[in-house]
Write a protein that binds this ligand. Sequence first.
Ligand code: ADP
Ligand code: MG
Length: 248
Amino acid sequence: MSVSTTKTKPAVQVSDLTKVYGSGETAVSALAGVTLDFPAGRFTAIMGPSGSGKSTLMHCAAGLDTATGGTVRLGDTDLTRLRDAELTRLRRDRIGFIFQAFNLLPMLTAEQNITLPLELAGRTPDRDWLAHLVDVLGLRERLGHRPAQLSGGQQQRVACARALLGRPEVIFADEPTGNLDSAASGEVLAFLRRCVREMGQTVVMVTHDPVAAGYADEVVLLRDGRPAGSIDEPTPDSVLAALKLLGA
Ligand code: ADP
Ligand code: MG
């Protein structure tokens, strides 16, 4: 019954993380001491009221922003101790990102968008793995298209392939379905869940959508920059109820 026994070792460990924006009178405490693990091979959703620190937590955990205090460990590496250049390399080599706005380069084809980060890193894409991702994501007929010729759902599936191609230790997704209709959202979320279940991928997703959170293995709740509980095996209903209790 104890859910904690089914958890694997953490891919990312956040310890006493604090983040203050600004200083003096106008200082805003976005994270007020967050300690939590993102287990390897699991799909974790971060939820909470607007302004509760979700994006700040994800950005600090992903090395996109620097924390004010505390530590972030990716495997054995403490991100908070890295220099800028080391952090850039770590993000490139060990983390995958999926953003709400897709962030594809408009002049490149879908295939070029998928392979560009690896090529910039001087790595050779694994062609079999690329072919597998393309097939699973239903992008085979779209590889030569530019983003403007693709639907939002297709663009986000291209972004998913790009994030997965380098087999990162963790994928961070910030509102990945925020710009998609429900059918396209379902496809992207089902893919992320499949990556976790079948490929052992670790996914951390910020979302405000209880339906999206229902695809995760666990929901971590934030309120006022602090952990405010978690939900195992979340369903849209259980997530909605927990958010109501938080005043979201
Ligand atoms: P969420 O993603 O849960 O809506 P955020 O992490 O974006 O919350 O923000 C947490 C708090 O930090 C909010 O009070 C927000 O106004 C503040 N905040 C976020 N980013 C900045 C920033 N760049 N400068 C100042 N305050 C910020
Ligand atoms: Mg946010």
